[in-house]
Write a protein that binds this ligand. Structure first.
Ligand code: LFR
Length: 487
């Protein structure tokens, strides 16, 4: 009794899924309705998202999910589609790993210095922030004729409902929002010639976002009416909302997937010069929280190696080899900007090993070990720095997202951090998406109580720190001087 079902559309950089979450006051059950690959396409004009393929996957997923009480959508951040005056899409959305922003940040900083940008937005420097993408696109025929800009989840929501909005957690990653007011930074946009009128009005997680169009209901076979509800539409906002922390627990989180996002949940942004220099970001979360975190390249390093070796889908034997390989033999700075672009990943990792004076991995198993050791080391560094910069200390690290299934990565992270790790849920973004919808549709309680519901109902694995702390300290010194993402 009192159970409702919510569809979570969750689009990640390498796959998309539609999950069905059944939620009651004391029950939470998530099942996968449909999963589909997200394959970016390289054209001579650059790297593009196959947005229609993704939307087709969303429709298939809604059909497979069956009758639901609401739909919520989250995806990766910063990217967008442009619409013409009639609401038609102008071209394929550009991938955040595309090279079009090369040299653009320097141009922006000539108008607005990086210190000013950081104080105004709290957002880390990354070349793919929407702000830089829009400056890169200035004077292109598409941007010149665009009447609307919709961030990726808002674009999917628009196709499903015919209604336009800009969800706030994802909007914060544009680097055009003031994190203190939660509103657009008009002065900054004006100085950079960015037209904020392109963005439809802001909405917050939990706000109504329309209802499925009749044509969509027909395509998906869903009996109507089906409301769409705004969630933390930035996947990381949804994932952090689903961290299974106990009320009052002092925790750090690690959202692992294509990226590793490592940091703390705060009530207020930290925009000190030290925090800027360390390239920590302050993204907006659900219920007015701040995600104070660093971007680390994450399992992207491994995904790209698998692709280069032609061994996609062949992870298990490599992880077994990696577990047997010697520990901390070669390490690289897993937050280094040089790993952002696609291609030639094994070669770039070899070059980085040479740069830190270590031996070069000789087999895919050794390279995999190098990546996992390096990620654990980067997790350690980010979680330590976050505590120092925010003047907070933590007792436990929660690992959520796909990497929570990677036992070696979880154990190495516990060892590197010298803290217990609680791993799970792997589908955190979808769970956070579902629970924000559930609260909007009558589930009582605050963020802490929905987190406790996850802790009570989802399988979690605990890893205690082991091994030699001195080995991690020595490895940290070897990669010192290597700088965080894109700084
Ligand atoms: C994770 C993520 C990160 C963001 C990156 C690019 O999927 O959303 O939070 O920095 O992708 O959008």
């Amino acid at each position: 009794a009192g159970t409702k079902t919510f569809a979570a559309v969750d689009l990640g950089a390498s796959s998309g899924r539609v999950m069905a979450g059944r939620v009651g006051p004391d029950t939470l059950d998530l099942t996968e309705a449909h999963r589909f690959p997200n394959r970016p396409v390289r054209l001579s004009e650059g790297l593009r998202w196959d947005i229609l393929g993704l939307y087709g996957g969303v429709l298939d997923g809604l059909r497979a999910a069956g009758p639901v009480d609401s739909v919520g959508i989250d995806s990766w951040a910063v990217d967008y589609g442009l619409l013409d005056a009639r609401g038609a899409l102008l071209g394929n959305p550009v991938h955040y790993r595309d090279a079009r922003t090369e040299g653009v940040p320097e141009r922006v900083w000539a108008t607005v210095p990086p210190e000013t940008l950081y104080r105004a937005t709290g957002i880390q420097y990354a070349p793919f922030n929407t702000l830089y993408q829009l400056v890169a696109a200035r004077d292109t025929p598409q941007l010149l004729s665009a009447k609307r800009l919709l961030l990726i989840p808002d674009l999917i929501a628009y196709w499903l409902t015919g209604e336009q909005g800009t969800e706030l957690t994802n909007a914060s990653t544009t680097q055009l929002i003031d994190p203190r007011t939660g509103d657009w930074n008009r002065d900054l946009a004006g100085r950079l010639g960015i037209d904020l009128a392109l963005f439809p009005p802001l909405r917050r997680p939990g706000d109504p976002a329309g209802a499925l169009l009749p044509a969509v209901r027909e395509q998906t076979g869903l009996p109507g009416p089906v409301p769409v509800t705004a969630v933390g539409s930035h996947d990381t906002a949804s994932a952090v909302a689903a961290v299974p922390a106990r009320r009052g627990e002092r925790f750090a989180y690690l959202c692992t997937g294509t990226w590793s996002l490592a940091g703390l949940e705060l009530d207020a942004p930290v925009t000190t010069e030290a925090s800027r220099a360390a390239n920590f970001t302050n993204e907006l979360g659900v219920d007015g929280t701040i995600r104070f975190l660093r971007n680390i390249m994450g399992l992207w390093l491994l995904q790209e190696c698998l692709r280069a070796w032609g061994r996609e889908g062949d992870l298990a034997p490599l992880l077994a080899e990696a577990a047997r390989a010697p520990a901390l033999r070669s390490v690289v700075d897993a937050a280094a900007p040089g790993f952002l672009a696609p291609g030639a990943m094994p070669e770039r990792i070899e070059a980085a090993c040479r740069a830190t004076g270590g031996p070069v991995p000789r087999t895919p198993g050794e390279t995999t070990r190098c990546i996992l050791d390096s990620l654990a080391l980067a997790h350690r560094r980010a979680i330590r720095e976050a505590q120092r910069l925010a003047d907070r200390s933590v007792d436990v690290v929660h690992i959520v997202g796909g990497g929570a299934r990677n036992a070696l990565l979880c154990q190495l992270t516990a060892d590197a951090c010298g803290l217990p790790v609680v791993a799970g849920p792997a589908e955190a973004a979808a769970l956070g998406n579902v629970l924000v919808q559930a609260r909007a549709h009558g589930l009582p309680g605050d963020l802490a109580s929905t987190r406790e519901l996850i802790a009570r109902t989802q399988p979690l694995t605990r890893y205690e720190p082991s091994g030699d702390p001195a080995a991690w300290e020595a490895a940290e010194r070897r990669t010192e001087g290597a700088r965080p993402l894109c700084s």
